[in-house]
Ligand binder design. Structure first.
Ligand SMILES: [Ca+2]
Length: 227
């Protein structure tokens, strides 16, 4: 049988239980409140993420568009470069033709061939050949009597002219500087070639006759076209 004290304690105990329940309920309410706030935050975050996503998508799309535009511009540029390259090639070709024409213009038809009589400068034999090379030719050889006759009218009297003949490679073998082969036509002076002082290795033309002469002497010269 419960004593009064026991009943008192029981009553007090149930009073405590009710209080605890209230506190728990309040805690629950607080937790629920926080959860709601949290959910609201999550929603806000989601919306914000969605918005950022849209912005990113739009950014990507405009980047792609920009790339496409750049590609198109680059293709246009390449086409321009191709066109300019084509024009440059054309100009180079025209220039090359003009240079050839200029070289041709220095030569004149004498007999059957294009020759150039260098009356304006004197050079040693090797530099005379160099000058002919620069014009697109070589020091000239003479093919025959008719060519010699045609040439003679263009030359000064009593003046030596270098021809493209020497025996620099092999003493006594006069070969063409253009072909390296023996020349077919000679019109030596009666006493020539005499290889005077063992020093006459290059052939000059003097009053229509050929002399072996000192290559280092500076003389006028005759070029033949190599084209
Ligand atoms: Ca001589």
């Amino acid at each position: 049988m419960p004593t009064i004290r026991h009943i008192y304690h029981q009553q007090r105990s149930s009073t405590c239980d009710a209080q605890k329940l209230n506190e728990t309920q309040a805690k629950l309410d607080r937790i629920e409140g926080r959860q709601t706030a949290l959910e609201a935050s999550v929603d806000t975050l989601k919306t914000s993420v969605d918005r950022e996503g849209e912005t990113l998508k739009a950014g990507l799309a405009s980047l792609e568009k920009l790339l496409e535009q750049k590609e198109a511009a680059s293709k246009l540029l390449q086409a321009k470069v191709d066109r300019i390259e084509g024009q440059l090639a054309g100009i180079a070709e025209a220039l090359s033709k003009a240079i050839k024409n200029l070289q041709h213009s220095k030569f004149e038809r004498i007999g059957d061939r294009l020759l150039c009589v260098g009356n304006n400068s004197r050079q040693k034999w090797s530099l005379a050949e160099e000058a002919c090379l620069q014009m697109g030719g070589h020091l000239a050889t003479i093919q025959n009597e008719a060519e010699l006759a045609a040439l003679e009218g263009k030359l000064k009297r009593n003046t030596p002219y270098w021809l493209g003949l020497s025996d620099l490679a092999e003493q006594g073998q006069f070969v063409s500087v253009a072909t390296g082969r023996p020349a077919g036509f000679f019109n030596w002076r009666a006493t020539q070639p005499n290889n005077f002082n063992n020093n006459d290795r290059c052939v000059s033309l003097y009053n229509s006759e050929m002399y072996d002469s000192v290559c280092e002497d500076a003389e006028h010269f005759i070029c033949e076209a190599a084209f």
